[in-house]
Design a protein around this ligand. Sequence first.
Ligand code: PRP
Ligand code: ZN
Length: 295
Amino acid sequence: MSEERLRIAIQKSGRLSEGSFDLLKSCGLKVSRGKDKLYGRVHELPIDVLLLRDDDIPSFVADDACDVGIVGQNVFEEDRLNLEQEHAAEAVMALGFARCKLMLAAPKEWTFDSPEMLEGKRIATSYPGLTRLWLKEHGVKARPVMMKGSVEVAPRLKIADAVCDIVSTGATLDANGLKPVATVFESQAALIRRRAPFSAEKQATFEALLKRINGVITSRDAKYVMMNAPRSAVAAITEYLPGADAPTILELAGASDKVAIHAVCRESVFWDHLEELKNLGASAILVLPIEKMMP
Ligand code: PRP
Ligand code: ZN
């Protein structure tokens, strides 16, 4: 019986853990953790949760130890690049959290104006595959020096001249006298799965999980927007409210030239166009959260 539970690997602690647990929670899945804290069980669906180091997640999924995983695209891409054959795991969807960039960074005193600055240099990184790819694409001959951790101290220790490391706030680079000079890879959390087909039971669980994740992701950034506007401006205003089905236009009591517009809209898109909406005569604008939205 138990082997028919879908096993999902998530990061034990670090950049992705909180977002991964939050995602499962938003999906209505409560994880009760085992005593060893390496294992959790979901009650709402037949899912077991394994808590691992993020770097181990792609190979655990590939090797059948887990069926699916939540991992940074950076870690997954690096793992793929370091394999000769096709990876036994594949990305299913991006999850929209744990965004970060893999960046080349150099000592602050460098004046960096072009990739050629890196010619002949040693670049400390935990991502030699992605680093090499970037160097090749930019026609630069430099040598990645593999380091598992504390990459940012390499220039100070004279182990390397520059680094290629994950940056989210930039605080780590700054504290080590380094500045970002080029983006090598943009990353966020992704759901990965083993390519090989699942048993019918696992497949059903996987699909149920996907459906919930899709529901959470589509509603995450969505807002219910309401405003009053001149009837004549409806078409122009609707242009600024994309990402949703046709908006609802409602009559306003006692006003023939004004209507209420209700629409579901991505919040970021909405804020980008607030000024235009006002210029078109929109007033009494309300932005409401959406708890859940099923496509
Ligand atoms: C990265 C990187 C830095 C830090 C940068 O490590 O190696 O230590 O994050 O973040 P900041 O720009 O906000 O200062 P990561 O979290 O990927 O840890 P891991 O390599 O141990 O998985
Ligand atoms: Zn890691």
